[in-house]
Design a protein around this ligand. Structure first.
Ligand code: SF4
Length: 460
């Protein structure tokens, strides 16, 4: 994975997808090495030089839409330095546009689309004989033609996957900068894949809409490995798209953690849905060590929620936040600006909701129609989807809007700055945060203040 130009982030999670792929390859008897330029800051030249020592047969990388160009640049450099080495690309971008990506970039020899573990194991066995036509879920070249084999569908039994091969990563690098966690070391885990909800902006190219879940026993076995045995992690971040969709399973997991008496803190930085919580579940979460919960709210306006097919309403969000605050959780809300049906008035409703609910953190993104989302498909049908993939970067304030939401980029930027100022620069805000969350609140203040100043200085 190359060094990328992502927005500066304090939290760098271990790429679990790569960890899973590595573990299935190891299980199938292959040798694997991981070089993460993202967390190490390695230049392409440094990665090339490291590859020279390992002499690999295949170099794989994983790209999202906004870091596709860095991945292509690295794979081209690999082909230039080692013409005999094969290159493979996976990730959400090629999963959404498999043939397109291979046709456009001859530095990629093979692509894997969709959920990669089973495909990767079969690909590695079939490669020596060059017989890829029977491996589902790949794209490759045959002469001048690009061949896409049939879709493999989703992995049904997630318990059948080995745990991510964490031992291949330089683990200390992933939490070195993480000042805003409650305790270190911190690890992330994923316990379910897929989401049946249909939010119009959501990229579903890898995990899709079919919800699959690991059993509580399987999840507890991984947490035990992280907390009690090998690694001695003191904090776990659960990064599922929708962890509490099966509330019974969620309770079982927390009952298991409480019963085992593990000394661990837990956070949900990706957001859970407000319509899939209860007082009983939150009570168990707190007893199990949960201290931080984000909700993916998207908009403070019911009309916008309806338009984007969020499937929940402001009343449910109010109630969920009330219940979370009752437990003393650090509560953050994610909003997306510029959604279909939105306006400056609806953005104001989002800010007012965050202020009214007196949450601890307001996270404001801007609509990005990633390939793999229904919004992208719609724009593509209308011939309006942008293929300037660099413009899909998270650093939205510097780019033009990729979707005509009725507001201009300048209007959204002005509103973003104004909302952030009115939320974070309230005189009462720092005192509340520190009073409610002590040292963790102070660390959050420090991180958020630093990020606001960096943005102001244009060095994000
Ligand atoms: S945004 Fe969240 S709730 Fe909506 S479809 Fe995506 S994962 Fe599901």
């Amino acid at each position: 994975m190359p060094k990328t130009i992502e927005r500066r982030s304090e939290l760098q999670y271990l790429p679990l997808g790569v960890g899973y792929l590595a573990s299935v390859l190891i299980k199938a008897g292959h040798e694997v090495e991981v070089i993460d330029g993202r967390v190490n800051g390695y230049s392409d030249e440094e990665i090339i030089s490291r590859l020279g020592k390992s002499n690999p047969e295949v170099v794989c990388s994983t790209a999202r839409t906004f870091d596709l160009s860095e991945n292509i640049r690295l794979l081209s450099a690999v082909k230039g330095a080692y013409p005999g080495v094969k290159t493979l690309l996976g990730g959400s971008h090629i999963s959404a546009l498999p043939e397109w990506t291979l046709k456009k970039h001859d530095s990629i020899d093979y692509g894997i689309y969709g959920e990669g573990e089973e495909t990767m194991a079969e690909f590695a066995s079939a490669l020596p004989a060059g017989d890829l036509a029977n491996v589902k879920g790949v794209v490759f070249r045959r002469g001048s033609e690009v061949v896409k084999t049939p879709d493999r569908g989703f992995i049904k039994d997630l318990d059948g996957l080995p745990f991510p091969a964490r031992h291949l990563f330089e683990l200390e690098k992933y939490h070195a900068k993480a000042v805003e966690v409650k305790r270190k070391p911190m690890a992330s885990i994923i316990t379910s894949r897929g989401c049946p909800n249909q939010c119009v902006f959501c990229c579903k190219s890898t995990f899709g809409s079919l919800y699959r879940k690991r059993t509580a026993e399987n999840v507890l076995a991984e947490i035990e490995e992280l907390v009690e045995t090998k690694y001695r992690y003191r904090e776990i971040h659960i990064v599922d798209d929708t962890f509490t969709l099966d509330m019974e399973r969620a309770e079982e997991i927390f009952d298991g953690i409480i019963g085992r008496g593990w000394d661990v803190n837990i956070a949900f930085p990706n957001g859970i849905r407000a319509d899939r919580v209860s007082r009983r579940l939150f009570d168990k979460m707190r007893k199990a060590g949960v201290y931080c919960v984000f909700f993916g709210v998207e908009s403070g306006d019911d009309k916008v929620l309806e338009k984007i097919q969020k499937g929940e309403n402001i009343a449910q969000i109010r109630e969920a936040v009330r219940l979370a605050k009752e437990q003393g959780f650090y509560v953050g809300l994610f909003f997306v600006m510029g959604l279909p049906g939105s306006s400056i008035e609806s953005e104001e409703k989002s800010l007012n909701l965050a202020l009214e609910l007196d949450v601890d953190q307001l996270s404001l993104g801007v609509i990005t129609p990633y390939p793999g989302s229904r919004l992208y498909d719609l724009l593509r049908k209308q011939g309006m989807a942008s293929e300037d993939w660099d413009a899909y970067r998270h650093d939205f304030l510097a780019k033009k809007l990729l979707y005509d939401c009725g507001m201009t980029g300048e209007e959204i930027t002005t509103e973003w700055n104004s909302m952030i100022r009115r939320f974070y620069l309230r005189p009462s805000y720092p005192f509340k945060l520190i009073k409610r969350h002590g040292l963790f609140g102070a660390k959050k203040m420090y991180v958020m203040g630093r990020s606001l100043i960096a943005r102001k200085l244009g060095i994000t």
